[in-house]
Every structure is written in C-alpha cells, then in structure tokens.
Design a protein around this ligand. Structure first.
Ligand SMILES: C[S@@+](CC[C@H](N)C(=O)[O-])C[C@H]1O[C@@H](n2cnc3c(N)ncnc32)[C@H](O)[C@@H]1O
Length: 251
C-alpha cells in the first residue's frame, strides 16, 4: 500500500489528528446522504458490508452503525496516525464488527468481499491530487463495490460560493496559459509543515469521471439545493459542497 502520498504526509501531522480527535457528530445532510446510498444499494441486495474511506479518527462510524446495526464496517485511511486514533475511538465507543486499516483509495480496488456501500465524507476525493489518480480512485471504488452497490461522497466544488467562483474563474484562466500550478479546480492548501494540491470538482467533471469509471444513476446536488429541498437551513458562508450518490453498473 502507498504510504508516501502527499496526502499521507499532510494528514499524519499530530495537529491534524488532534483537531479531528474531537470527533464532532455527523451533520444532518451527511446522515441523509448515507441513508440515500443505503436505500439505493438495498434495491439490488442486502446491505451487509460497508467501507468508510478516508475515515480520519472515525467521526462517521457511529452514524453508519446507527443506520446499519448488523453490517460489517471496514474503515480505511491513508495516514497511519489517523488509523491509530480511529482504532482507539472504535474501542472507546464499544463499536463491534468494525475494523480500520491503512490504505490509499487508489489501492482499494481488489478487496474482497466486495462492498454494498462505500462512504467518503468530508472531501476525501479532493485530496486525490492528480487527474490520473482521480480516475484511478473512482475505478478502484467501482471495483470495490458489488454490482448495484453505491457510493456516497461529499466533495468541494469551485462554484459553491460567489467569492470562490470568482477566484477559481480567474485561476482557471491562468491555469490554461500555465501561469499557475495544477489545473483549473486545484488550489494549494497548507497545514503545519506540509502543503498539497486540493481539487474542487465541477458537477460535470464529477459526472464524467463517475460515468467513465462504470457508475450509473449518478445524483449530484449542492448542499444548498438539499437545503432548499428539505427546508434545513445552512450557514450563508457554507462551502456549499456537492452531495453525490451513484450506483455501480452491472458490468
Ligand atoms: C477531512 S478528513 C475527514 C475525516 C473523516 N471522514 C471525517 O469526516 O471526519 C480527510 C481524511 O481523508 C484521509 N485521506 C486523504 N487522502 C486519502 C486517500 N488518498 N486515501 C485514503 N484516505 C485519504 C486523510 O488522511 C484524512 O484522515
């Protein structure tokens, strides 16, 4: 398994692990998204095996357990210190039938048994920072799922807020003439001693990637659209991420 990715280094810092060790509860929209993915997967078979990818210190695990009391939950994270902290959290919470291990998303494709649902909360796919790896990551997730299995993911978008849309619009022009690093949608983030590119996906880009990796029934909506649909208010300055579910096709 790949332990040397920029993401592993970025997320292995003590201060990151400490920040996430607060383990705040999942938000209402995240619970709703997990529920939608479970319901869609249940159309084609029982939901007995869930993978939580990029699990950090384990914030989402109690929420998954609440929705699926009997399922086996396999959690993964690229950063060893996160895996260690998550393992302690699982014990402290008394969660059973839950395992956690170190893995990069791009390496998860060959695992057996295949998953009924894969959950990636909190921008995990945005830390996959080259176009090739983004394709590999979605292909790996497709292989990890059984036919009819589903993913639930939350990712950042460039146009979720007016200030971001303006910034990304300008950056995209500069990227086209190679005056800035990375492609349009990329932005450099820093924490402590570490820095890496972070990718914001447009809905079209994400749809294309999912579709060419073998997903169908792709549903992509912004958190603000969800807020309008459900009447649950979100903060004015929310990053307004994209909420994504998709079904692995039969082939
Ligand atoms: C923002 S935190 C989210 C943690 C958790 N899902 C939550 O919502 O609290 C992102 C996590 O994704 C993990 N991660 C980043 N890139 C990854 C990759 N390529 N494969 C697996 N995990 C990754 C990081 O190590 C980090 O723990």
């Amino acid at each position: 398994m790949d332990r040397s990715s920029p993401s592993a280094e970025f997320w292995s810092q003590d201060s990151q692990v400490q920040a996430f060790s607060v383990n705040s509860q999942v938000l209402l929209y995240e619970t709703a998204l997990i529920g939608e993915a479970i319901t869609a997967a249940a159309i084609s078979g029982e939901v007995q095996q869930v993978h939580a990818v990029g699990v950090g210190t384990g914030r989402e695990l109690p929420a998954i357990r609440l929705q699926l009391p009997e399922a086996k939950i396999s959690a993964w994270d690229v950063a060893d210190p996160m895996v260690e902290a998550c393992s302690k959290f699982i014990q402290a919470q008394g969660l059973t039938n839950v395992s956690v291990g170190q893995a990069n998303i791009v390496d998860l494709g060959g695992l057996s048994p295949q998953a009924d649902v894969v959950i990636l909360l909190n921008a995990i796919l945005c830390y996959v920072n080259t176009p090739q790896d983004r394709r590999r990551a979605l292909e790996a997730l497709q292989q990890l799922l059984r036919p009819g299995g589903t993913i639930a993911a939350v990712v950042h978008q460039p146009n979720g807020r007016i200030d971001w849309a303006t910034w990304f619009g300008l950056r995209s022009l500069l990227a086209r003439i190679s005056l800035v690093e990375g492609g349009s949608g990329d932005r450099r983030i820093s924490h402590g001693n570490s820095t890496m590119l972070f990718h914001h996906y447009t809905p079209n880009e994400l749809h294309r990637l999912l579709s060419s990796a073998g997903f169908e029934q792709i549903q992509i909506r912004s958190l603000r659209a969800w807020s309008r649909e459900t009447g649950h208010k979100i903060p004015l300055r929310s990053p307004n991420p994209l909420m994504v579910t998709a079904v692995r096709s039969d082939n």
